[in-house]
Design a protein around this ligand. Structure first.
Ligand SMILES: O=C(O)c1ccc[n+]([C@@H]2O[C@H](COP(=O)([O-])O)[C@@H](O)[C@H]2O)c1
Ligand SMILES: Cc1cc2nc[nH]c2cc1C
Length: 349
């Protein structure tokens, strides 16, 4: 186990030489200059991230972190808390949305229980339980400082395990009823955003539930006064076990120069936490899609990221990133498989 602060210091900058080599190569491929648009930018970004001028992105790795949230008892989700454990079992059986899309893109898959209320006894679910769900942030801090740190460490370990198994891109997903409330509270605490601007309907709240959710975020912030400059304080007071694990996995990817393809609102808030812990992490992130949750556009803007897709998704689990992955693969294949003007004997301008 490497201490978090030590690991954060090992995160390097983007590799400009590799990026420049890729840019030169892309300009020699058999196409009008610049005609593959954002794919060309993505290829250069992949080189800068990985340090490889011919970056390879297969296979991708998908890790879904699952946990429950004490705040669920306040009626801030359209679905009951037991959906979390039921969906973990569904994922273990390969029947969830993320299983389908992960199979479609040939991904390595992991599902990690970091704190579902009821323990899931299904083969394939990795047990890294910290506790049986967070505390209700309207009554107590969601986690202790130690628990928050532990969630980050579990994320780092999980990411490194899937990289050791061969994953070349990281997709982190989650399942956790009420985690859009925790994510909204983290986002408000880190950025000072007004809950009215960022709190959405999550799984599909009605108007009354939506008002309750905004009020819960406001109250949690005024009760705990999380310290914006102390991301682990924010994570502990108003966060979630799976959100900490996702932040850790993203840090683990940056430390190993593995590109992170971001999913929806919860995953992107976890990325913002990681970036606040170490700003260089931002260089390793590619936004997969823009979710319908209004806070997602806000956090993407805070990170300065333009998403690849906007398909009006709001499922989570890593699904949006998995659906965006073929775009990333296309950028990599362009670099590795297209002929150059010279090799194909095509006249350049
Ligand atoms: O990824 C997103 O942007 C997203 C937006 C809304 C809902 N979700 C998923 O729905 C759950 C959280 O919604 P809620 O309403 O229970 O807070 C959680 O399991 C997420 O995976 C995910
Ligand atoms: C059915 C269902 C599946 C999910 N997957 C991620 N969050 C979810 C929330 C619900 C309600």
């Amino acid at each position: 186990m490497i201490k978090l602060q030590e690991l954060l210091h090992t995160i390097e900058a983007r590799n400009h030489e590799a990026a420049e080599q890729t840019r030169l190569h892309v300009d020699q491929l058999t196409k009008p200059l610049g005609s593959l648009g954002r794919l060309e930018e993505l290829a250069v970004e992949l080189a800068a991230i990985t340090g490889e001028s011919s970056p390879v992105v297969t296979p991708p790795g998908v890790i879904v972190f699952a946990a429950d949230h004490g705040i669920a008892v306040e009626g801030v989700s359209a679905y009951p808390q037991e959906v979390t454990v039921q969906m973990v079992a569904n994922m273990a059986n390969g029947g969830a949305g993320i299983n389908v899309f992960a199979r479609q893109i040939g991904a390595l898959q992991r599902i990690v229980d970091v704190g579902v209320a009821t323990e899931v006894d299904a083969p394939g679910v990795i047990n890294r339980r910290i506790k049986a769900g967070t505390g209700n942030m309207l009554r107590e801090p969601a986690m202790t400082h130690d628990e928050a740190e532990c969630s980050i460490q579990i994320g780092i370990d999980s990411a490194w395990e899937i990289f050791d198994a061969g994953a070349k891109v990281l997709i982190v997903g989650e399942v956790g009823i009420a985690n859009t409330t925790a994510s909204s509270a983290i986002l408000a605490a880190l950025t000072g955003a007004d809950p009215d601007e960022i709190v959405g309907r999550g799984t599909g709240l009605d108007d009354a539930g939506w008002e309750r959710k905004k009020e819960a975020v406001r109250q949690a912030i005024s009760m705990h006064r999380p310290e914006a400059a102390q991301p682990i304080d924010v994570l502990g007071k108003v966060g979630g076990l799976e959100i900490g694990a996702m932040a850790g996995a993203i840090i683990g990817a940056a430390a190993r120069r593995v590109p992170v393809l971001l999913d929806g609102f919860i995953a992107t808030v976890a990325a913002l936490l990681a970036v606040r812990l170490c700003p260089k992490v931002a260089d390793f992130l590619i936004a997969g899609h823009r979710s319908q949750e209004p806070g997602h556009a806000y956090v993407l803007k805070a990170l300065g990221k333009e998403p690849l897709l906007d398909l009006q998704l709001r499922l989570g689990e890593g699904t949006g990133a998995a659906v965006a992955y073929p775009v990333l693969e296309a950028a990599s294949r362009m670099v590795n498989e297209m002929a150059t003007f010279a090799s194909a004997g095509v006249s350049d301008k």
